[in-house]
Design a binder for this molecule. Structure first.
Ligand code: ADP
Length: 487
């Protein structure tokens, strides 16, 4: 079914304390290829007790792992990074088969995910503290950074590999140990990373994976368990809010990377071709299923028609199909529920007057999970599509007149993850960048995800940042020493 160079990367059990094991219940659950709809694996279906065990193992492993110097941890992480690149094609194949994204995109994700491991392998030895001049003579104030402890991480299906490395690399660099619950839809990529973590020399118990289809049960144990000192989650805002509430009783440190409602603004002085290319990438990557995908395109009236024409031409040029086939640029959506949600948003917009320029329906037979790349015009703020995360290949293009108006529209949302705008006037660029209420702003650029910059959102898009020199801070506590050195 899947031709891998290293078939050992394909693992269907949970990974606890350095070993692949069945769930204590011996139950399993299927993983489905969203393109062919075939069952590709039967995974161990872990429950609360398996989760508890792995947290205990992570706590035991913490003693050893946190005692290693940053340099030593960095060297091991570096080996893990090298192995990810060495096995990149196999990892990408596994990813495409369980998730559906085109193979070149999957390969891009593997390299992107690995870049976080490379970055934090280097940062491991730079977890600097501070020396603060004392308030009296003979008083030294020292701030040291220490690992927060056992980390629980819950990750989504849209980036089954990179969302794991983005959390695990800084956690391990800081000296923490982790228990990960990958999405029930894409657990195979997580397990493949575990195989390589083991091979890289990450000690047993430092990196654990709880595969399960019972996410609420496992999530509750992670939140209630006092040993877990940090919860890092990427997923929907709705689930993020549940986890934040559940983490209150044990007062955990929490990082949340949640939904977005990204505006993509094109001003009249923009380079239209560059903006169209950016819109294509930022809207249709992963069939529109990323939290930083453009959700609302705002185009200034003088160039509106020209932009829509070019954008429609480009979006008709996509090759739709099986992500493993050469040349395919748009694959299936993850599951039926996802397609149904996009259909509902498009129907609502149409009822309220939206016009379909291209696309507007499922691709192929009625059963397919592929939704055609779609462009909508004549859209407005009263449509559901304005306020909800589309998470599919549908681009509503709104018309605006003034800078002030578009900033108001762009900020009119509870989300605050990514925003993009295109224009040339530097004074305007500063003004707009300052006023947009978002954690990340692409200016004449959409490729904002990189290990060297802080990824994350404000408002209901989240708490905390991943990547950059700030990313490791999320996994450390500050301890300050006040030392009277007088005789
Ligand atoms: P998406 O909309 O991207 O599927 P979800 O928030 O539903 O986002 O899923 C992201 C991750 O959260 C997945 O690993 C999923 O299994 C997990 N999840 C969903 N519901 C819960 C819950 N109640 N508690 C813990 N984890 C959950």
């Amino acid at each position: 079914m899947m031709d891998l160079k290293n078939s050992a990367l394909f693992q269907q059990q949970a990974f606890i304390n350095g070993e692949f094991v069945d769930a204590t219940s011996m139950e399993t659950f299927p993983v489905i290829n969203p393109f062919s709809k075939e069952v590709i694996a039967q995974m161990a279906n872990c429950g609360a007790s398996d989760t508890k065990t792995s947290i205990e193992k992570a706590q035991e492993a913490l003693i050893v792992w946190s005692s290693f110097t940053g340099t030593k941890r960095g060297k091991i992480l570096r080996r893990w990074f090298d192995l990810q690149l060495e096995h990149a094609k196999d990892l990408a194949k596994i990813l495409t088969i369980e998730q559906g994204k085109p193979f070149p995109e999957a390969l891009g994700e593997i390299k992107y995910g690995a870049s976080y491991v490379e970055w934090f392998a280097e940062e491991a030895r730079r977890a600097y503290g501070d020396y603060i001049p004392g308030p009296q003579n003979n008083r030294h104030i020292i701030v040291m950074k220490q690992p927060v402890g056992v980390v629980a991480a819950i990750t989504p299906w849209n980036f089954p590999s990179a969302m794991i490395t983005r959390k695990v690399a800084p956690a391990l660099a800081a000296g923490c140990t982790v228990v990960i619950k990958p999405s029930e839809l894409t657990p195979l990529s997580a397990n493949a990373l575990a195989v390589l973590a083991n091979e890289a020399g990450i000690p047993p118990g430092v990196f654990n994976i709880i595969t399960t289809k019972d996410a609420p049960e496992v999530g509750l144990e992670m939140c209630n368990n006092k040993t877990v000192r940090k919860l890092s989650f990427t997923g929907s805002t709705a689930v993020g809010k549940i986890l934040l509430k559940q983490s209150a009783d044990t007062v955990k440190k929490v990082s949340l990377e949640l939904g977005g409602n990204a505006p993509f603004i094109v001003f009249e002085d923009a380079d239209i071709d560059k903006a169209v290319a950016g819109a294509m990438q930022s809207k249709f990557r992963n069939a529109g299923q990323t939290c930083i995908c453009s959700n609302r395109l705002f185009v200034q009236e003088g160039i509106y028609d020209a932009f829509v024409k070019k954008f429609a031409e480009a979006s008709k040029n996509q090759t739709i199909g099986n992500g493993l086939e050469r040349g395919v640029t748009i694959g299936p959506m993850i599951e039926e529920k996802a397609v149904a949600s996009v259909e509902m948003l498009v129907a609502d917009a149409q009822e309220k007057g939206a016009e379909i320029v291209t696309g507007g329906s499922r691709y192929g037979d009625g059963d397919s999970l592929i939704y055609s790349p779609t462009i909508l015009t004549n859209v407005n703020e009263n449509m559901k599509i304005f306020g909800e995360e589309i998470f599919g290949p549908v681009a509503p293009v709104y018309k605006f007149k003034t800078e002030e108006e578009v900033i108001g529209l762009a900020n009119d949302t509870d989300y605050g993850l990514a925003a993009y705008f295109y224009g040339k006037d530097h004074a305007k660029i500063w003004r707009v960048a300052e006023k947009l209420e978002y954690g990340m702003i692409g200016i004449n650029a959409i490729d904002i995800g990189t290990a060297i910059a802080p990824f994350g959102g404000i408002k209901e898009s989240g708490i905390g940042r991943e990547g950059s020199k700030y990313g490791i801070e999320e996994f450390m506590e500050m301890k300050y020493l006040s030392w009277d050195v007088s005789e």
